[in-house]
Design a protein around this ligand. Sequence first.
Ligand code: CIR
Length: 260
Amino acid sequence: MIKNVIENVIVRRPCKNFAEGITASGLGKPDYELALRQHDGYIEIFRKCGCNVMVLNADERYPDSTFVEDVAIVTEKCAILTKPGADSRRGEELEIADALKNFYDKIEYLTDDACLDGGDILRVENHFYIGLSARTDSEGAGQLTRVLNKYGYTASTVPVKQFLHLKTGVVYIGNNTLVAAGEFLDNTIFKDFNIIRVDEDEAYAVNCITVNGFLMIPKGFKKTKKALLDSGYEIIEVEMSEFEKMDGGLTCLSLRIPGI
Ligand code: CIR
């Protein structure tokens, strides 16, 4: 049984050219100063939830490098560096290795022929669903599965068509419960879960985070907040407007390292 305690969290400050990152949101250019303040708020919530937060300096070479979730998979047994599927993000993964060495003896690597973004990895207890998306291919999924199997985890793939990443459209909040929207609402792969259904106009709010008994959700999504009130978690809202403009959700901004 995993403890489900998050002890350490790694984040990276947004860089000055954050607005030059990849986006299809159509929500306009983010305000950098506001993004920094929202990032401060995000960090503060993890601290309130009892986590140590390691804050890495901005990396101006990679506009999307604040979205650290995409560059590594962190478990209680090992960390695995990914191979980002977008050309402009290739190499970001190597920049997180030193930070991970503070927490891990075992760091695993995928090879250059793989594509895999951490946003496509949905962990449910000791099973990992791997989204096959525009960013993650079957070579990446195969390599990750082999690494996970080595550490006693299982994995399987899920096609992702509508969303950027698997976790943009479905997340696990414990207790056999998923929060989902769009293509994942009636996907037979998830038929044995309880599903908290999120309407299309609030789909951004699917991407929430459970952390030490709290549920962090983006601010401004009333229907989803109401639906999540019965989940048994205390809900904490965080302003995310500037990250939403760059297609980033709550999970994307951190690597959450489970306690052993
Ligand atoms: C990108 O397109 O790569 C970034 N602008 C957003 C990444 C969001 N990451 C995530 O959903 N895990």
